[in-house]
Design a protein around this ligand. Structure first.
Ligand SMILES: NC(=O)c1ccc[n+]([C@@H]2O[C@H](COP(=O)([O-])OP(=O)(O)OC[C@H]3O[C@@H](n4cnc5c(N)ncnc54)[C@H](OP(=O)(O)O)[C@@H]3O)[C@@H](O)[C@H]2O)c1
Length: 285
């Protein structure tokens, strides 16, 4: 609230990320940098919310002036169920990471796939059109990126997963959009142009049991996970002679940039914020 009676500037709009755990979320830092960069008056906070508490948390946040929220693990499917309006990409993904709060209604979108594609094509310069792409994993993250990847026109998209049926189900779900197949990890006979790790294996410093032939000397390898050090998956790919490696920090900034554009109508310079964040991650600050 404004304290000075002669200060007639409105309070800044409120935004938040909701999830559990949420302490280490980089989203408040990213959106603060976007706001500074674009001159937008807003605040962005992290709110711990468990599975059962999302409806209540969103109601409270909206009542206290909240304008929008990012939704992260493990609440993306719950947010999908609560939404009053779904964008096409949220409906296809079956999950929501961006909510706009307007007149008591929840308008939902999913920007994860756009964030990944922007990172691959704009930041990294990895062409997707005509490429053979291997997507490893069949959880929420994989589901959110298949439609935007197919939209980019790859020659082939193969989804493989430790539990093969989940990958086959995903391929069936998206087949009307393009050439996508599903199978077990052993089906990843390459070499592929691009491999994207969308499993949670790197969280436990594990590597999915892929055939060595998945990687050739032209293969570019992406891990959706990120950190100050290269992930286990990127270490595995480097040891097999992958041509280029990238982690998921750029995807995180990319999905945030698309949320910011939806909320504020301004597209921030994601590459500049990514460079700042990378520096902070490496220096531990
Ligand atoms: N950079 C970003 O912006 C961004 C955005 C979203 C997600 N992510 C990251 O993406 C990852 C996946 O997230 P999610 O939401 O999809 O998780 P999820 O829904 O829990 O799915 C987990 C997936 O990982 C597989 N998996 C887990 N441990 C494995 C192991 N040891 N070996 C092989 N496969 C394993 C699972 O296979 P089964 O089906 O066989 O269990 C499943 O396919 C997380 O690391 C998350 O941090 C990053």
């Amino acid at each position: 609230m404004s304290q000075d009676p002669f200060d007639f500037r409105p309070d800044p709009d409120r935004y938040a990320v909701m999830g559990d755990p949420i302490d280490h979320s980089l989203s408040p830092r990213i959106h603060t940098l976007f706001a500074e960069q674009t001159g937008q008056a807003l605040t962005y906070e992290a709110i711990q919310v468990d599975q059962g508490g999302l409806a209540q948390a969103l109601g409270n946040f909206g009542a206290s002036g909240g304008r929008g929220a990012n939704i992260t693990v493990p609440l993306k499917e719950r947010a999908y169920a609560l939404a009053d309006e779904l964008s096409d990409r949220a409906r296809l993904a079956g999950a929501v990471n961006t909510l706009t709060l307007a007149d008591g209604r929840l308008i939902a979108d999913n920007t994860d796939g756009a964030g990944l594609v922007a990172d691959l094509t704009e930041n990294l310069g990895w062409p997707l059109a005509g490429a053979s792409i291997l997507l490893v994993g069949a959880g929420g993250a994989a589901r959110g990126v298949i439609a935007p990847l197919l939209e980019a026109g790859p020659a082939r998209l193969l989804v493989v997963n430790r539990t093969p049926d989940r990958a086959r189900e995903l391929a069936d779900h998206f087949r009307h959009l393009g050439l996508v197949e599903g199978g077990g990890l052993a089906a990843a006979q390459g070499p592929f142009d691009i491999i994207i790790n969308a499993t949670a294996a790197s969280l436990a410093a594990e590597v999915p049991d892929l055939p060595a032939e998945a990687i050739g000397e032209q293969t570019r390898v992406y891990d959706m996970m990120y950190g100050a050090e290269p992930t286990a998956f990127l270490g595995w790919a480097a040891a097999r002679g992958a041509a280029e490696l990238a982690d998921g920090l750029g995807m995180l900034v990319g999905q945030a940039a698309e949320s910011f554009r939806i909320w504020r109508g301004v597209r921030p310079d994601a590459a500049a914020v990514l460079a700042t964040l990378r520096q902070e991650l490496i220096s531990g600050g």
